[in-house]
Design a protein around this ligand. Sequence first.
Ligand code: SF4
Ligand code: MG
Length: 321
Amino acid sequence: VAPVLRVSGLSVEYRTARGVVHALDDVSFDLAPGETLGIVGESGCGKSTLARAVVRLLDPSAGTIRLGDTDITHASRRRMRAARRDLQMVLQDPAASLDPRWTVGDLLAEPLEIHGIGTRAERRARVADLLRKVGLPPEAAQRRPHEFSGGQRQRIGIARALALEPKIVVLDEPVSALDVSVQAQILNLLSDLQRTLGVSFLFIGHDLSVVEHISDRVAVMYLGRIVELGGRDSLWRRPAHPYTRALLDAAPRIDGPSAPAGPGLTGDTPSPYDLPSGCRFHTRCPIAADRCRREAPVTRALSPGHLVACHFAEGGTPSSG
Ligand code: SF4
Ligand code: MG
């Protein structure tokens, strides 16, 4: 099946007073129809930059983004407006992204109006249908976003993103601001919506258990690069990159011992203004060798669909947990 999204060699650089930040470096992945690809990493790893570049809120400095057959890397504002029908985004804080003066009904109808879809009555019916899909009563249309809880506001944000029946929704930390019990409800809602609508998700998160819960495949990012990408189970059972192993060791396991299984990560994240030579992880890697300081590892496949960027990664050792 042809991917709905294909990102190749994507790089983003910012120029700031302190120098150039290489926020994203040579990032490549595909997204299949109806699939969820999770993107995980510590803050500052470039995952939000990746989300914003994919929906073209940021201009990449190199690489390409293809939406189906269409190259949108340098699409004009007008062409991007058309592309938005297929490519929507949900942000972390729904309150900040929803205009408090509007009713929920107005917020959900607006994308339909912009794209000239339906009569007023048809749009109203569509709004009621969207509310039902995300588990809110039809009366919610008359109220304003601030009258709802955080979890309900995120349901409204998701409904708005789905209004145009997009092929892809990019979700940037969509549950990070919510209580754990509410997180589970929203993740289950997303899974249900994906099953019924066939939409693809690019799911950005820093919480491993959240990303594991929702994703079919996972990409692990470190300092602007994807260091490992694979099927969720393959990655969790046989993490091959030392950074992935450290992340997994440091994370509490639902079904394992409550204490972390290993030392996790030591040392600070290097400054993005002054990236380490060779492998960017060498300053924190427990098995770094001379070669790692000189030579950046090339991304290679350990098994079909399981990619890793490390000189010394082999088939992957079973995780200690
Ligand atoms: Fe560690 Fe070297 Fe692999 Fe980088 S290339 S992760 S420093 S072993
Ligand atoms: Mg972020």
